[in-house]
Structure formats: structure tokens, C-alpha cells
Design a protein around this ligand. Structure first.
Ligand SMILES: CC(C)(COP(=O)(O)OP(=O)(O)OC[C@H]1O[C@@H](n2cnc3c(N)ncnc32)[C@H](O)[C@@H]1OP(=O)(O)O)[C@@H](O)C(=O)NCCC(=O)NCCS
Length: 230
């Protein structure tokens, strides 16, 4: 599979449950995790997600999906045990995003996906978890504009903490991001200092919103859409 030098490839699956037959690709640990889900729908989503991720990583590495070995950091971030590639995934309902790049070109990466929906608690969440400036900016908006800005902010912040790999324990109030539709996606500051972290933001579908964070600006972000023929 081709890789543009310095680029990040992003795969978008609107409905992973359309992909079946990936159970055999799971390790015993992954099968145990799958079996532990209380709802069948969550089990199917996990099995399909993990199988698809292994298939695409295998295509990148030139090996079989069952030969893809994942390791996990202390906060649960998965990574490839060997090879030059970094990846990250995010899911929302049946949908999945998978981003793959080369560590030497873009550093470690984080991606986040959310489904747009009304967020009556947007301001409350911002006041409790975001910076004062971000909460104030959201507070100056109303209705759909506030919901849109909230999801812009949320996906961009999640993408950064997922790139860092420490999850929400990193502290969502340690850094601020742009959120207004007319502004380009950008991290304004981290711990009060300017930063070289780079953000890409886009809508994979009219209902979804996504962000990708990288320590080094990618030369390009190539989108790939994979759907099952019906
Ligand atoms: C990582 C985290 C931000 C994900 O949030 P989310 O919005 O619920 O989920 P997303 O769909 O965006 O991402 C999930 C995917 O991110 C990846 N992931 C898991 N942990 C991750 C981490 N710490 N950093 C980056 N990516 C992570 C996995 O591929 C996961 O996919 P899977 O569920 O199919 O295995 C959140 O779960 C978190 O903060 N986790 C940290 C947990 C922690 O601190 N544990 C401490 C153990 S001591």
C-alpha cells in the first residue's frame, strides 16, 4: 500500500458492522475483551474495529493480519510492536476512523471522531473540564453554533491527548484550541506556551466531526473511504 512521504493516511468506515468474519484475527486477550461486553452490539463493533485495523496495518506492513502485534502503553494506547508506523483510532457508534503515519515523519498521532448531536450540557462540561477562555468562548455562543463549536473543541482536545497517549489524565485544561467555524484548527497554547503541535479538522460525513493531532505538520492528510458493496 502506498504511503506519501511525510503524510498521514486516514481511513473512514461509516459502518464497521458491515464487515464480518474478523473474529479469527483476534488474540486470546482480544477475544476475552470481546466476550466481556454486556451488549452484543458492542462486541460486534469491537471485533469488526480491531479486525479492520489489523487488516489495514498488515497491508501497510506487508504481512498477514494475524502477524500484526500490538502493544499498549500504561493508559491503553495501542501501538505497533515493530516497524516505522504509528497509528490511532477513534469510533462513534458504528463508525471508525483509523490514521496511520510514520513516526520519523510526523511523530506519534492522535485522532478523534464524534457524532454531532444536541449538547444541552456543553457549557457545563466546558466550565468543568476546558480552559476558562474556551468556556467563555462557548458561553458567547448559542444554539447550533454552540454545539458545533463544542464538538470542534472536544475533538481537537481529544486528538491531542490521544497523540500524547495519556488520555484525559493529561488534563484538558492544560491547553486550548480554536473552535469557531471561521478559524483554522489550531492549538493556541500548552501550559501557557506556544506549541508546534499541529491539528487537522474535518467532517467525514454531515453527521460526524473529526480531528487529527500530530507533533509535526503532515505534508498531506489522505482520506480513504471504505464501504461494503451491497
Ligand atoms: C483514550 C481516551 C481519550 C479514548 O476516548 P474515547 O473518546 O472514549 O474513545 P475513542 O473511540 O476516541 O478512542 C478509542 C480508541 O483509542 C485508542 N486508545 C485507547 N487508549 C488510548 C490512549 N490512552 N491514547 C490514545 N489512544 C488510545 C484505542 O485504539 C481505542 O480503540 P478500541 O476501543 O477499539 O481499542 C480515553 O479512553 C482515556 O482517557 N483513556 C485513558 C484511560 C486511562 O487513563 N487509564 C489508566 C489506566 S491505569
Amino acid at each position: 500500500m502506498g504511503h506519501a512521504p511525510g503524510g498521514v493516511d486516514v481511513w473512514w468506515f461509516e459502518d464497521v458492522t458491515a464487515f464480518v468474519g474478523t473474529d479469527d484475527l483476534l488474540t486470546p486477550e482480544e477475544s476475552s475483551r470481546a466476550a466481556s461486553f454486556a451488549f452484543e452490539q458492542d462486541r460486534r463493533r469491537f471485533v469488526a474495529r480491531r479486525g479492520l485495523v489489523k487488516c489495514l496495518l498488515a497491508a501497510q506492513l506487508g504481512c498477514e493480519p494475524t502477524e500484526v502485534v500490538l502493544g499498549f502503553n500504561a493508559y491503553g494506547k495501542p501501538s505497533l510492536e515493530t516497524g516505522p508506523y504509528v497509528f490511532n483510532t477513534s469510533s462513534s457508534g458504528n463508525s471508525l476512523l483509523l490514521a496511520i503515519g510514520r513516526r520519523s515523519e510526523v511523530g506519534d498521532i492522535g485522532v478523534d471522531l464524534e457524532t454531532m448531536r444536541p449538547m444541552p450540557d456543553a457549557l457545563l462540561i466546558a466550565q468543568n473540564f476546558f480552559t476558562h477562555d474556551e468556556a467563555a468562548e462557548l458561553g458567547s455562543l448559542t444554539g447550533d453554533e454552540r454545539d458545533q463549536a463544542f464538538f470542534n473543541c472536544w475533538t481537537r482536545k481529544e486528538a491531542l491527548i490521544k497523540a500524547v497517549g495519556s488520555g484525559v489524565s493529561f488534563g484538558l485544561d492544560r491547553f486550548s484550541v480554536t473552535m469557531l467555524p471561521q478559524e483554522s484548527a489550531r492549538i493556541r497554547q500548552v501550559d501557557g506556551r506556544p506549541t508546534t503541535w499541529h491539528l487537522n479538522a474535518w467532517s467525514p460525513s454531515p453527521q460526524h466531526i473529526a480531528a487529527l493531532a500530530t507533533p509535526i505538520e503532515p505534508t498531506e492528510v489522505r482520506m480513504h473511504q471504505i464501504a461494503v458493496a451491497t
